[in-house]
Design a binder for this molecule. Structure first.
Ligand code: SF4
Length: 409
């Protein structure tokens, strides 16, 4: 045991972590509130290096956000646009004329509360990608070394389930070995509602898997708490629905990830409870299901242009504490990812010494969240990712979606 840990207010927790013992809710809250941040970082590093040694993972991937049209209005979300009322129904396979011709176009909404009204009055800001456009992007990514496409979008009111099946089939036909990680639990439940007759979660997943879906991302979990749900995303499927999808996926042998959106209206206790719920689900999946969570992705809330833009969002230290806590509390989930879009590349780099072992990937295009001044082109080259990792004292290790090592040809 180091001198720091021996004299720390966290000495008892330090002993538990070093012995590989599970931490309680009270331990988690204490760790969150400690002023001894150095010991917190050190303990998260102990847990991280016990699992992964000096490896720090990244992948070459491409995010594709197929449409920003959504029937919901989650307060933390700056991505959604309402369905344009004058749009023709059933225009499903090709993008509307209003689709963004240049996907890299900067958004020009002022970062003030009034921005939401402007946004709602700007239907031309909506877009839908056609299946052909999605397949073209996937093919281009594959040609540039991508091993994964990460596909998510809004809950579109008129696109039929076939659109999602066709995009998976199209990508697999064009690039059979490209891993399709697609559709948050919320989208999967949306698909059960748009099919006629309605399909179950299992039936939706079966059809998507048959079409080419390989795994699920972890989005839409937000914070597993009724008060936070009612305050920030009242009409969205909550904890039960999210776990239903991931439980079913794991039973079917489909691996998935898990997220936590933090730094808005939740409390520290809510965050710790969220992590424990993920841990409990993982215990069950590891014991009795064919697949499980691969990683936890704590997502740092970016208030810009959302209905919660009056909130300050997490500080850098809050980000580090949360990532370290995720490593220490979710002791049965192999990987902790800093999604650099949310935490910034600089802080994601620091977090490699705070429990994080994965920096996600090259991303390239990302429409869901943008910090002020950022467009949708958000890319880290492999060389930049490697530099971040090496400077932090770790070994860059390219992985595929399931964390198997990749050797680029
Ligand atoms: S978070 Fe997802 S479901 Fe909620 S409004 Fe945004 S796109 Fe729609």
């Amino acid at each position: 045991m180091s001198v720091i840990a021996e004299t720390s207010e966290l000495a008892d927790i330090s002993e538990m972590v070093r012995a590989g013992e599970r931490l309680s809710f009270a331990d988690g809250v204490r760790l969150f509130r400690t002023r001894d941040i150095h010991t917190l970082g050190e303990l998260a590093t102990v847990a991280r290096e016990r699992l992964h040694g000096k490896a720090a993972y990244y992948n070459i991937n491409r995010h594709i956000n197929y449409s920003n049209i959504c029937v919901l209005r989650c307060k933390f979300c700056s991505f959604y646009r309402p369905f344009p009322k004058d749009a023709p129904e059933n225009e499903t396979k090709e993008p509307r004329a209003s689709a963004r011709a240049n996907h890299d176009r900067e958004q020009a909404f002022p970062i003030i509360d009034e921005s939401r009204k402007l946004k709602l009055a700007a239907p031309s800001d909506t877009y839908e990608l056609s299946v052909d456009q999605i397949v073209a992007r996937a093919r281009e990514a594959h040609e540039h070394g991508a091993t994964e496409v990460h596909i998510v979008g809004g809950l579109h009111p008129t696109l039929p389930f076939d659109y999602y099946l066709d995009m998976c089939r199209g990508i697999k036909t064009a690039c059979p070995d490209l891993h399709i990680k697609a559709f948050t639990a919320i989208e999967i439940i949306h698909f059960t509602r748009i099919t006629k007759p309605r399909l179950s979660i299992r039936e939706v997943l079966e059809q998507l898997r048959e079409a080419g879906l390989d795994s699920l991302p972890g989005g839409g979990a937000e914070i597993f708490d009724d008060r936070v749900h009612d305050e920030a995303y009242k009409n969205k499927v909550g904890e039960k629905g999210w776990f239903d999808v991931h439980r079913t996926a794991h039973e079917m042998g489909i691996f998935s990830n898990a997220t936590m959106l933090y730094g808005h209206v939740e409390s520290i206790e809510d965050r710790v409870r969220h992590m424990i719920k993920l841990r409990e689900h993982q215990d069950e999946s590891l014991a009795s299901r064919a697949a499980h969570f691969n990683c936890v992705v704590p997502l740092s809330f970016i208030p810009d242009d959302s209905d919660l833009s009056h909130l300050p969002g997490p500080t850098g230290l809050d980000d580090l504490r949360t990532l370290a806590l995720a490593r220490l509390m979710c002791d049965n989930i192999p990987h902790i990812k800093a999604f650099w879009i949310m935490q910034t590349p600089k802080l994601a780099q620091v977090s490699l010494n705070w429990g994080v072992d994965d920096l996600d990937g090259t991303v390239v295009w990302y429409d869901i969240t943008k910090r002020e001044g950022h467009g949708t082109h958000q890319e880290l080259t492999v060389d930049k990712i490697k530099r971040l990792i090496i400077e932090a004292g770790y070994d860059p290790t390219e992985r595929d979606t399931l964390y198997r090592p990749v050797q680029q040809k």
